[in-house]
Design a protein around this ligand. Structure first.
Ligand code: FAD
Length: 554
């Protein structure tokens, strides 16, 4: 059997190695258009910033090592330019020899990845405007920022690649402007969770300024720099720009071979990664997947899924009927010293999939606060109201975000409910967690809502509640906390004085209670409810309200 693989990075290299492990006799040919195979594209931003100091640190496998260990014929600088499925042949362009030749195949795997979207902005042809896809792109950017006089950059797009690249440009000593068309950074997060990152950026005064709800209208080339004109009329002066406005599948070769594609050119595959063309498989950023939560078709380009799919394609070629069940979008990002992670559905996705959902916000610590070094995190969880099923989670904070989001990833995948979260028995000692881990606490909080022990209200309802004469916003924080800021027209009764004050409160009114994070106000709500008051707890507390609304004011 002869297998030709097109694309030698995440999906392609994984498929090649798995094929060899399953079949020692197969002839395996890996074609890669670029100079490198099997490099860590996820590490490219850190090479730009200098955290990964050498290119070799990013290269997982070389063609020579692949040959030596796996007996795989790897040809770099070799692009597949035509496929003839009826003859099972591929035309290869060898850039090193400037020649073309045909190769035959019994089975073909396409793993061509995705390319950066090039927004139709006038002026992007300037050589100081870059995109970041390959190691060669990263090398070009690194070389350019090391040229004397390069001090300012504009990053177009506030998604993962844009944000990671912005951080690394700052680390390399540049001032950076991020221009994002949407109202928040990192699209898999909801606005209220992303607001934590906006606030963090503002407080830390890193050399990054954020331009949300605006786009670059045009770039103008100047001697010694470029100007970016924004749709809100501002002009940003810079020495370079990075276009990080998303990716589109790189699938024109597949199209010319008659491979069926969907919207935006994604290759359509079955669960065994087979395309409609016999003997042609496709994996990775080029293919459409099933959203693992909704069951709907989706485009979620990530490294984990690409690797898994490469393995599955190899399995199927070797007669193992393994199947790809879907992608839930588990992703994580480091931004200076905070982490943002998410898995499953955010609110927008849950709403558009038609789920009758609700949400909780928990602000808690990475481990027992009496042990040094505990760091805060905000966990937003989206759950199905009827069943308590966990649909998704988003977490922003310091240490421990990654492990909590991974637990939620498992919960989402296994269709666990809030009750399952309460029952998870997790490793605990003070340096690592609390006896009730944040994931357990999330389960308890959701259970309290589902069983009617507490009713919530949300930050965006506050203007309407303030205007309602039958409603009272009750602040149960301490005097010292209130001095730092409060919701207009709220009434202040610290939690520890609430029982004494009960007889002075008007039972004909509805009480909208808040504390700093939602825990003390939950206790206040229990006291009020048990004494016959109509009451609601502010989800996420004053901190969330303040963070989100100060961002809106900006
Ligand atoms: P790729 O890994 O992109 O490989 C495709 C290869 O195919 C390319 O090298 C290309 O040159 C080659 N090719 C295309 N057409 C041909 C042809 N006709 N002939 C020969 N060769 C061809 N994902 C995460 O999950 N976490 C992260 O932190 C993360 N960070 C990222 C950071 C950056 C800067 C980038 C660019 C991506 C990041 N990703 C991340 C996404 C992740 O890298 C991709 O999901 C993954 O690499 C997709 O694998 P793939 O095999 O489909 O495509």
């Amino acid at each position: 059997m002869k297998v030709v693989i097109i694309g030698g990075v995440a999906g392609g290299a994984t498929a090649a190695a798995r094929l060899r492990r399953l079949n020692d006799k197969a002839e395996i040919l890996l074609l890669e258009r670029g100079k490198h195979i099997s490099y860590a594209n996820c590490g490219l931003p850190y090479y730009i910033g200098g955290e990964i100091p050498s290119q070799s640190g990013l290269i997982v496998q070389t063609p020579e090592r692949f040959k030596e260990r796996f007996n795989i014929d790897v040809r770099v600088m070799s692009e597949a330019v035509e496929i003839h499925p009826s003859l099972r042949t591929v035309l290869v362009r060898d850039y090193a020899k400037n020649a073309e030749y045909w190769e035959t195949y019994d089975e073909l795997i396409l793993s061509p990845g995705a390319e950066p979207v090039k927004p139709p902005i006038p002026g992007t042809g300037d050589k100081r405007i870059f995109t970041l896809r390959s190691l060669s792109d990263a090398v070009k950017i690194r070389e350019y920022i090391l040229t004397p006089g390069v001090k300012r950059a504009v990053v177009v797009g506030g998604g993962f690649i844009g944000v990671e690249t912005a951080e690394n440009l700052v680390r390399a000593g540049l001032k950076v402007s991020i221009v994002e068309m949407g109202d928040h950074l990192i699209p898999p997060l909801d606005y209220d969770v992303a607001a934590e990152i906006h606030a963090y950026l503002k407080n830390k005064s890193y050399s990054i300024d954020l331009h949300l709800n605006t786009a670059v209208k045009a770039f103008y080339s100047r001697e010694g720099g470029i100007s970016a004109e924004l749709t809100d009329g501002k002009i940003l002066e810079a020495d370079m720009a990075i276009l990080a406005a998303g990716v589109i599948p790189d699938t024109s070769l597949a199209e010319s071979a008659g491979v069926e594609r969907g919207g935006r050119g994604v290759i359509l595959v079955d669960e065994h990664m087979r395309t409609n063309v016999p003997h042609i498989y496709a994996v990775g950023d080029a293919v459409e997947v099933k959203n693992a939560v909704t069951g709907q078709p989706a485009y979620i380009p990530l490294a984990g899924p690409a690797n898994k799919q490469g393995r599955i394609a190899a399995d199927n070629i070797c007669g193992i009927r393994s199947a790809y069940k879907g992608t839930q979008g588990s992703s994580i990002l480091k931004f200076f010293d905070i982490t943002a992670a998410s898995t499953g559905l955010n609110e927008r996705a849950a709403a558009s999939a038609g789920f009758d959902y609700d949400k909780t916000y928990i602000r808690t610590y990475s481990h027992a606060t009496y042990y040094p070094g505990a760091e805060q995190m905000l966990i937003k969880t989206v759950f199905e109201k009827k069943t308590g099923r966990i649909l998704g989670a988003q977490i922003v904070g310091g240490s421990g975000v990654d492990k909590r989001c991974d637990l939620f990833a498992v919960a989402v995948r296994a269709k666990m409910t809030a009750q399952d979260l309460t029952e998870m028995e997790l490793c605990y000692a003070p340096p690592f967690s609390s006896a009730k881990d944040p994931v357990n606490i999330t389960g308890y909080a959701i259970e309290n809502i589902l069983t009617g022990k507490v009713r919530q209200f949300h930050w965006n309802q506050i203007p309407a509640i303030s205007a309602d004469e039958n409603a009272v916003i009750l602040d149960v924080r301490t005097e010292a906390e209130r001095k730092q800021g409060f919701i207009a027209n709220s009434v202040h009764v610290p939690l520890d004085e609430l029982r004494e004050m009960l007889r002075k409160l008007d039972k004909s009114k509805a009480y909208y209670v808040h504390c700093r994070t939602g825990l003390r106000s939950y206790i206040a709500c229990r006291i009020l409810a048990k004494n016959g008051f109509d009451c609601y707890n502010l989800a996420g507390g004053y901190v969330l309200y303040e963070t989100v609304t100060s961002g809106l004011a900006q």
